[in-house]
Design a binder for this molecule. Sequence first.
Ligand code: SAH
Length: 251
Amino acid sequence: MIPRLYVAEHLQKNARFQADERAAHYLVNVLRRGSGDPVLLFNGRDGEYRGRIAEAQKRRLTLEAVEQTRAQDSEPDLWLCFAPLKKDAVDFLVEKGTELGVARFQPVLTQHSASNRINQSRLTTVATEAAEQSERLTVPEVLEPISLEALRTGWPKDRHLLVCAEAGDAAPIGQALSALTSDVRLPHKYAVLIGPEGGFQDDELDRLKKLPFVTPVGLGPRILRAETAALAALSAFQAILGDGAKRPPRP
Ligand code: SAH
C-alpha cells in the first residue's frame, strides 16, 4: 500500500520539502518506510502527486514530488451543521462526513447540545486522516461552534439548508431533494443540519422552518442517533444531488 499524505507545501515536479511531525511519525515509526519508498501527496490545491521519501534521517524526513497523478478536481461544496455530541460520536461524525464529501463542518449550539465546545485541532486531524484514506483531494474545514441564532442571522444567501426534523411535518429527503433540483431559482450550494441527541426544541424547529433558505426533511420512520442521521442525510444528498454518480479515480 502506498501511503497517501496531506501536506501544506506547494506541489510541483521535483518539489522537495521536509515532512511535518505527523507525516514523519506515520511513515517512519508506523509504516517503517525509508529512503526511496513511494508516497502519494496532495495539498488541496495542486491535485495529487506520486512522490517518494528522498531522505530519512533521525527526525528529518525529506519528501519529493515526482509527477502529478491527478489534477485538482471540483468536490461537492456541502456543509454539515451539527449540534455537538459526545466526543466519540463527534469523531465518528467528522470521519464519516469527510468520507461522504463534506466540505465544511459547522458545530451549532442548540438548547439540548451535549456540550458547547469541540476540540477543533483533534477534529481537524480526524478529517485530514479520513481525507487521506478516502482519496479526496481536499481536507474539509472544522469550524468553532456558533449559536443557532448566529446560524440563522448569518446564513449565506446562496446556500440552501436541509434541516433534518425528527418531529413535525417534513418532506422525505428523497422527495425534497428532487423538488429542489427542479426549482431552478434555488441556489446550488447546500448544507445539512442535524440536531443533538436530545432533539431540537419545538421553538427551535418552528423558527428554522420559517426561514426562506430552509427545507425540513425526514429520514424515515425511525428515530436515528444524530451521527446516524448525518450519514443518512449525506448519503441521500450525494446520491441524488451530489457526486454519487462519480467513480473512484484509480481503476
Ligand atoms: N431525542 C429525540 C431525537 C433526536 S435524534 C427524540 O427522541 O425524538 C438527533 C437528530 O437526528 C434529530 O434532531 C434530527 O436532526 C435527526 N433525526 C433523527 N431521526 C430522524 C428522522 N427520522 N428524520 C429526520 N431527522 C432525524
